[in-house]
Write a protein that binds this ligand. Sequence first.
Ligand SMILES: NC(=O)c1ccc[n+]([C@@H]2O[C@H](COP(=O)([O-])OP(=O)(O)OC[C@H]3O[C@@H](n4cnc5c(N)ncnc54)[C@H](OP(=O)(O)O)[C@@H]3O)[C@@H](O)[C@H]2O)c1
Length: 329
Amino acid sequence: MAEGRFTNPVVASLAGVKDFFAKQKLSSRFTANDRADGKTILITGASSGLGFALAVSFAKRGGKVIMACRSKIPEAGERVKKISGSEKVEMRYIDLSKIETIHHFVDSLAEDGIVVDICILNAAVALPGARRTASGQDELFLVNYLSNVILTQLLLKKSVIKLRDSQPPSKLIFISSDSHQGASIIDYDEFGRYFEYGVSKAISNYSYFKLVLNTYATELSRKLNQQSVKISINLICPGPVHSNITKEAPWLLRMILNGIFWVVFKAPDKAARPVVYMALSPDYEGTTNEYLHMFNPKLMDPKVYQEEEGKKLWERSMELLKTIDPDWD
Ligand SMILES: NC(=O)c1ccc[n+]([C@@H]2O[C@H](COP(=O)([O-])OP(=O)(O)OC[C@H]3O[C@@H](n4cnc5c(N)ncnc54)[C@H](OP(=O)(O)O)[C@@H]3O)[C@@H](O)[C@H]2O)c1
């Protein structure tokens, strides 16, 4: 059975307390010179939490921001414009639990001739249990893992994100969680299969699917960057963020978690800093398969780097997509 590092949400949140006090090795490397002028930045899940803070930060630094969201259109975009003082902000609809909307989203970008320089794969959910999507998969699996495969493959296929021979390469940044460390090896009996489960397994799956996501990102980089880095594919855990991630938790648990969040989790604008650093700093220009835990470079779980694991995950993901997505080819 697939297992993540935590099964108890309170224990998982308390693990963030340690991160809150951790030394931030590279934080002084992040400066006002890290600018986004002339760059187009796409952020999924930018309606709230970390994604919203990222949108504000990139807009303030001169970038054109595309907020890919399922809700708060256009209010969240208007707020980003107001806070950042930039008009170069737009919102587009995507619901990562509905596969057809991912196709529509990428088609609309391609039709409008948009070329994205930096894509931040940020959206994710934490749910209290299994929930079946219209295409028949569990929502945690689809939103936190498979939709990222669909989105990245389509963005590349439709040349919304281009492989570049000349510097600087385009960038994909996967928002992960250090809770992926120690999750079990990928379980292909469970892969893409819907079954009922409760809160412990949901918490466990949240960190387990981050391991699956990291394994995919690593394989994507391996496939696309064989001779040289044509697209920079890096990953980051922002550390504990005082966001809306607990919003689907049962109310008592939500109160407890929000209490912990208030005291020791970082405000989203603080948590966004290492992500913006990784996206804009020359330190990460032309790098690939690097991992930051906040401002600290680190290795991911060793399973993420296993070539056989990456290859198998790739094959199984593509096979699954052929069976569940009528528009997949
Ligand atoms: N919070 C933490 O302590 C923490 C720690 C480590 C890593 N992270 C990671 O940080 C990232 C951002 O999370 P957050 O903490 O900022 O949580 P958040 O405030 O709940 O933000 C999550 C975002 O994802 C969006 N989203 C969820 N389901 C979606 C769907 N089906 N289609 C499109 N968008 C969807 C949400 O949209 P709606 O507003 O419409 O729901 C929201 O904009 C996640 O990848 C999370 O795993 C968070």
